[in-house]
Design a protein around this ligand. Structure first.
Ligand SMILES: N[C@@H](CCC(=O)N[C@@H](CS)C(=O)NCC(=O)O)C(=O)O
Length: 229
């Protein structure tokens, strides 16, 4: 039986994108179960996710009835289950470095994440300009990401460790944010964003995100709901 991946809205759910893109780009078979990010008491999101994961968050990977939650744990599970698929780079030091970058993403960049929530179908360059001017911590997060990417890409690219691996999946939602808010980047970092957003899996996810036409106010601090009629 194929694995199942529980995810949230494709337009908004950055953690879901990481796990989904990893599975998709590595060609691992899975069925997706998409749930609207409705966190109200007793919502279908809460009841369905609670049925598979006590953590109550997406993504959740279910393999033959066994649930793995949290994107880092999902990446490690896939690495052990499919050791030849290239979840991590083959070289031990590159593998350790890729894990460092993923852990840095997983635990950090709070300013970028909170000020620039993922919103693939939106185009918010003016909001981005204001955030850039007013939020030094966002500038610091982006400077660190830009430097990290430049250092990795100096190894030859086109992706962080040459070919696609979990590190690219972890930074894909950052690429999405950088596009939506049009934040300033070095040329090398811009080239990396272009590579990631051109991945077939990313393009498929983004097309589906744009087709959702769902408006969840908690995820839309910078926009008004579309007017009826
Ligand atoms: N550390 C978790 C974070 C997952 C997460 O926060 N997911 C959000 C959606 S993007 C969620 O399910 N939130 C539900 C809630 O806050 O109740 C991971 O890496 O998977």
């Amino acid at each position: 039986m194929a694995m199942q991946l529980y995810i949230g809205n494709k337009n908004y759910s950055s953690w879901s994108l990481r796990a989904w893109l990893l599975l998709r780009e590595l060609g691992l078979p899975f069925d997706e179960i998409r749930l609207r990010l409705d966190f109200s008491d007793g919502s279908p999101f809460h009841t369905t996710v609670a049925g598979v994961s006590p953590a109550g968050r997406v993504p959740v990977l279910v393999d033959d009835g066994f649930a793995v939650w949290d994107t880092l744990a999902i990446a490690e599970y896939l690495h052990e289950r499919f050791p030849d698929k290239g979840v991590w780079p083959a070289d031990a030091k590159a593998r350790a470095r890729a894990r460092s970058l993923c852990a840095e993403m997983h635990a950090g960049f709070g300013a970028l994440r909170s000020h620039c929530p993922m919103n693939i179908e939106a185009d918010l360059p003016e909001v981005g300009r204001r955030i850039w001017a007013e939020q030094p911590e966002v500038r610091r997060d982006v400077a660190r990401i830009d430097a990290m990417w430049r250092e990795q890409l100096a190894g030859g690219g086109p992706l962080l460790f040459g070919r696609f691996c979990a590190a690219d999946a972890f930074y894909a939602p950052v690429c999405a944010r950088l596009v939506t808010y049009a934040l300033p980047l070095s040329e090398a970092a811009r080239g990396y964003v272009a590579q990631v957003t051109a991945l077939p899996g990313y393009a498929a996810w983004a097309d589906a995100a744009r087709a959702e036409h769902d408006f969840i106010a908690d995820n839309e601090p910078y926009r008004q709901p579309p007017s009826a009629g």
